[in-house]
Write a protein that binds this ligand. Structure first.
Ligand SMILES: Nc1ncnc2c1ncn2[C@@H]1O[C@H](COP(=O)(O)OP(=O)(O)OP(=O)(O)O)[C@@H](O)[C@H]1O
Length: 450
């Protein structure tokens, strides 16, 4: 606790405690400080609060704190009167323009001589700042986070083709975000107010898949007790996402081609065509050309589907996105309140950056979930990572001239460049990201002329 002397009381009497409070609270430029009275009505609203929360002091003062912050903080944590003190509590504030801001709330209650709640002083800090992690600065597009040039190129293509009726084929490994991209395309298109439906063509047997896609009429097969509208009918006016299209059996490929060419199909067991207006977005992790060569995929259908091909690179080829997605996932998990991670141990960060990510972003989600389930404390360490990260790698026999620990110069230079980009001007953060002290980081920058 700060030491307060009798001289301070005298001094405050001369200057005026209100003036001192204003100066102090306004010095927190990156966070919001405010004071409430016994009714939780706002008495003081700092400059930082104005900037962060987009509400002027003139509009905020006198309002109930709940109205000014419009916050959504779960199980009624506003019981500050009972708690007395709250530290780094995750809260979500709704700004006047409708956006939300995830913050940590620190608050201290005051009581009168009779022990009644007499008001409080509160401080809100945006979570990305509190975590000491750089704010995600990459582009986000309908929830797709990236700063990878190839991904940004893909997003630009989506923007350009959304308004057209062109068929899009998305190629990428499992977990690279193909469905997210397909959904984003739908949301950008004039069809966005109609359904977006998705199906994985590898997940069903051929007969079930046919019935799911095209529907069936009553009596078409044993168990078909009533007419069933397929996905094409249900997606009418909207978009149908066909994942793992390379797994579509040949007989269904002919039926799909007919929908694409003639915009109609015959349900299973039916005898007349049903017309539909559906935009198809297909995805595959295989090369359709190779499938055509192997005789497993119709060439005419391939050309129909890949009018606009979009390629999503695997996560191991967009290492800048690893840091960005990690920040995003950590912020999201911190909000849930079970654990608050404010830093990643440099050696854990290195493992995460060097990992191959065969399951791509989905696997990264799982790794962070694992860390929150098994780990404790503010630092995400190697011990919090799943076993595959901790399996001992047998080191090669040391070369007498080259110590084992020295990283290859090219990799080190790339790491430093990456850290500088992620730190976005903050050398402290950049050095931490690279797992070096500031002095070593500075020396290495000099060495590589960066
Ligand atoms: N760039 C991204 N930003 C944020 N989240 C992402 C991104 N890419 C993928 N994800 C998340 O990763 C998970 C997998 O994404 P998605 O289902 O779109 O991948 P997919 O390529 O369609 O996978 P599969 O081929 O296995 O179906 C989802 O939880 C998704 O929200």
């Amino acid at each position: 606790m700060a030491f307060s002397s009798p001289q301070l009381k005298r001094w405050l009497g001369q200057i005026g405690a209100d003036q001192v409070l204003e100066v102090m609270t306004d010095s927190f430029e990156t966070g919001a400080v405010f004071i409430v009275d016994a009714n939780s009505d706002i008495l003081l609203w700092s400059k930082g609060a104005e900037q962060l929360l987009g509400l002027s002091a003139a509009s905020a003062v006198g309002k109930p704190c709940k109205t000014a912050l419009n916050c959504d903080n779960g199980n009624d944590p506003c019981n500050l009167a009972q708690l007395g003190i709250v530290k780094a509590q995750a809260v979500r504030v709704r700004l006047p323009d409708g956006r939300t801001l995830d913050c940590y709330r620190t608050a201290k209650a005051f009581y009168d001589n009779a022990g009644n709640f007499a008001g409080a002083i509160e401080y809100l800090q945006p979570q990305h700042q509190a975590a000491g992690l750089p704010q995600p600065t990459g582009e986000t597009f309908h929830g797709i986070l990236t700063r990878d040039p190839k991904m940004l190129e893909a997003i630009q293509i989506i923007r350009n083709v959304a308004a057209t009726e062109a068929t899009v084929l998305i190629r990428g490994e499992s977990g690279t975000g193909k469905e997210m991209v397909a959904h984003a395309l739908h949301l950008e298109s004039p069809r966005h107010y109609r359904p977006f439906l998705a199906i994985n063509c590898a997940a069903l047997t051929p007969s079930l898949l046919e019935s799911e896609l095209f529907g069936h009429v009553k009596g078409a097969f044993t168990g078909a007790v009533r007419n069933h509208a397929g996905l094409f009918q249900r997606a009418n006016g909207g978009t149908l996402f066909l994942d793992e299209i390379a797994e579509l059996p040949l007989e269904l490929q002919a039926k799909l081609l007919r929908v694409l060419q003639e915009r109609n199909f015959i349900p299973v067991g039916g005898d007349h065509p049903v017309s539909v207006d559906v935009r198809i977005i297909a995805a595959t992790h295989r090369s359709l050309r190779e499938e055509v060569k192997a005789g497993r995929f119709r060439e005419d259908l391939m050309y129909r589907l890949r009018v606009v091909p979009i390629f999503l690179p695997p996560l191991r080829e967009r290492r800048l996105d690893i840091g960005l997605l990690l920040q995003h996932l950590i912020n999201r998990h911190n909000l849930q309140g079970h654990r608050f991670v404010d830093r990643i141990a440099p050696e854990a960060m290195r493992l995460l950056l060097d990992y191959d990510w065969p399951g791509n972003v989905r696997e990264l989600n799982n790794v962070v979930e694992y860390a929150y389930a098994v780990g404790r404390g503010g630092e995400l360490s190697i011990a919090d990572l799943p076993p595959e990260f901790r399996e001992p790698v047998r080191p090669p026999m040391p070369q007498p001239t080259q110590p084992l620990s020295r990283p290859k110069p090219a990799a080190e230079e790339a790491l430093i460049r990456e850290a500088l980009e992620i730190g976005a001007g903050n050398l402290e953060q950049a050095a931490r990201y690279a797992g070096m002290s500031r002095a070593t980081f500075w020396r290495k920058r000099k060495k590589y002329g960066i």
